[in-house]
Design a binder for this molecule. Sequence first.
Ligand code: MN
Length: 259
Amino acid sequence: MPLEEYKRKRRFEETPEPPPKVEKKSSHRFVVQKHRATRLHYDFRLEMDGVLKSWAVPKGPSLDPGDKRLAMQVEDHPVSYFDFEGIIPEGNYGAGTVMVWDVGTWQPLSPTPVNGRYVPGTDTEAAAMLAKGDLKFRLNGKRLKGDFALIRMKARRPGSKGNEWLLIKKHDDNAVEGYDIEKDNTSVLSKRTMAQIGGDDESAEWESDRPAARGKLKAPWLAKAVAKLDQKQRMKRSPQKVQGSSAEKKTKNAKLRRS
Ligand code: MN
C-alpha cells in the first residue's frame, strides 16, 4: 500500500505533517527540506506516481559534480508534504525543525545521452530508471538547477537494507565547483532561518498562514498548492474527521471533553 509506512510512523493528531493521501495525478515537483532531527540532514523528494519519493541526504545536495552525496532512501511521503515547514513536536517521528530549503520542478532524462548531453525522457523511463537504481533527472529549482543522478549502491555488507544511494550533480552549465550549502541557510518559502522556524511558536502552523511569504510564490503550481493548504488550515480549525483507530478516537474524545 502506498504511504503505509508513512502512516504507520506518525500520529496525525500530534504532528502538523500532512495526512497520507495518494494523489491521483502527478506533476513534476521536487522539494528539499532541511531537517534538524536527531541529526541534521536534508530530505530530497521527487513527485512520482502520486507520492514524493524521498531520500535523506546527511550532507545535503551539492552543485559540485565532485561531491558524491550519500542519500538514504526513506518512506514515500504525500505530495502535500512538499511545502511543509515547521516543527514536528518532541516524541514524534522525526521530531525537530523542518525548513523548505528548495522547491521547483524536475523532468526525467533519457538514460541515453545524445552527443554527450542528456536529453528529456519520459515518465516510463524514469520509473524504469528508479527501479534499476540509476535515475537521471533535471532540476529547475530556486537553488538546485541542472542535471543530476541518483544511483543505488550495491549492498556491500550483509544486513544492509539496500537503501543507500548517491546523489550526484552532472557536469553542465549549472555545476558549481566547491559548492557550499551553508551559504543558503534560509527558507525559500518564508526566508526564515532554522533558528527562526524553531523558535517561533506559530511555526508549526502551515506556512499558508503567512501572507508575507505567499506574496513571493509566483509559480502557478505552487500558488495552487498554497490555496489548498489554506483550505486545510481552515479544516484543521474545525472538528477533525476520525479515521478509525481506537487511539485516534480516544484522543478525539479527550479533545471533545476538554472543549
Ligand atoms: Mn528527515
